[in-house]
Design a protein around this ligand. Structure first.
Ligand code: GMT
Length: 376
């Protein structure tokens, strides 16, 4: 098949999932055309079967806001025509699905099927904004297939948008060969003292991630056991979290690493992941941690309970329950038998339920269904 993929290229779950999907599809012999304003971060080296098409945004003094959605529509139409795409798969409804629809209208005489994958914030935050509500609803209606990364997100989309159509749940995935526990003792030695437990948090540090809660839980843990917190990523709440760490007297034990590419090593060097978000449609980093044999303490919100099995691969508590998170983290970090049982179960669950092999096959099946429906 010839597949167009439209995504946000920067660090962030939806772009990562889209890129990994494209790479997996290309390895299975499909031709994949990425369309975005920048080369996606996880697509830096040459891969056979992968093409990248950059959307140029024309700067003109009249355009206070350069019309990216229109430039994207033009590029999708151009690529669809030149590469004879069988379909376009957009990740994130706004503006990608709207641009794809416009591209389809521009391609007179040939029908371009659109698959829209919802990742969460496009529905729960952006879609709820009244100025985008009608547009998101329209995009859902004109897509040939809509998928969501969790049952929770699918249910919320149906309710919020009164959408009666099918929303197929296709979860996020990991490549178990890539995401696996590796020996990263060299890294651990550099980031922590031998007696210290290593706790990791990875996100874009936006308010929805509640990274101050991560610092609070860590400070409570630090009162009881020697430990260190690795904060991976960057974003608007970074300085507030750093200030809080200083106020709580734990700043020397909290390391802000910024964006990192070697996540597998960082995860493998960690004993526990904290993901205490207000909302999380799936929580890809929790899955990546589990695949590396790292138990997760997380908030019971959105799709996280579909990823982290309560009491088996980690612990879930209500959003903001600092005491509960601390208690569970302490149990895990002070009980080696419990920790190794959960680490093993985490890896097993990631491989059994979320391996690329099975999940990518679900997308391929969906593509085939959509193409067949177009032919009929
Ligand atoms: O987490 C973010 O803020 C980034 C966001 C995105 O759109 O890239 O992530 C969303 O999509 C990921 C991939 O499907 C999910 O794993 C994240 O849970 C989801 N984030 C939220 O729902 C807040």
């Amino acid at each position: 098949m010839k597949i167009g993929i439209v995504c946000y290229p920067s660090y962030g779950g939806s772009g990562v999932v889209a890129t990994e999907l494209g790479l997996q599809l290309a390895r299975r012999g499909h031709e994949v055309h990425f369309i975005s304003y920048e080369r996606p971060v996880r697509l830096q080296s040459f891969e056979p079967g992968i093409f990248f098409h950059e959307v140029d945004i024309c700067q003109y003094p009249l355009f206070k806001y350069p019309p990216y959605s229109l430039a994207l529509a033009g590029k999708i139409a151009e690529v669809a025509r030149a590469a004879e795409l069988d379909l376009v798969h957009v990740h994130y409804a706004i503006p990608h699905a709207a641009s794809a629809y416009l591209a389809r209208q521009m391609l007179r005489g040939r029908y371009l099927p659109i698959i829209t994958t919802l990742h969460g914030t496009d529905i729960t935050i952006v879609g709820n904004d009244c100025q985008f509500y009608e547009l998101v609803r329209f995009c859902l209606q004109v897509s040939d297939a809509v998928t969501a990364v969790s049952h929770s997100l699918a249910a919320e989309t149906r309710t919020v948008f009164a959408f009666p159509g099918e929303i197929r749940v296709i979860p996020n995935f990991i490549d178990p060969q890539e995401y696996r526990p590796v020996d990263s003792s060299w890294l651990r030695e550099r980031v922590a003292a031998p007696e210290e437990k290593v706790i990791i948090h990875i996100s874009n540090f936006r308010p929805v991630k509640r990274i101050e809660d991560v610092v609070r839980v860590f400070a409570s843990l630090r009162e009881q056991i020697p430990c260190r917190l690795l904060m991976v990523g960057d974003g608007p709440d970074r300085s507030r979290a750093a200030e809080l760490a200083a106020r709580l007297g734990v700043e020397t034990f909290v390391t802000f690493l910024g964006h990192q590419d070697r996540l597998v090593e960082l995860l493998s060097a960690s004993d526990l992941m904290l993901l205490l978000s207000e909302k999380e449609s799936f929580g890809l980093v929790a899955l990546e941690a589990m695949a590396c044999g790292v138990p997760v303490v997380a908030s019971r919100t959105g799709g996280l309970p579909e990823v982290v099995a309560q009491g088996e691969t980690g612990f879930l508590h209500p959003v903001g329950d600092i005491e509960g998170f601390t208690r569970s983290a302490l149990d895990l970090l002070t009980n080696p038998e419990l920790h190794s049982r959960m680490a093993e179960a985490a890896r097993r669950r990631a491989v059994e339920q979320f391996a690329a092999e099975t999940v990518v096959a679900e997308y391929v099946r969906l593509y085939a269904e959509v193409i067949e429906a177009k032919v009929k």
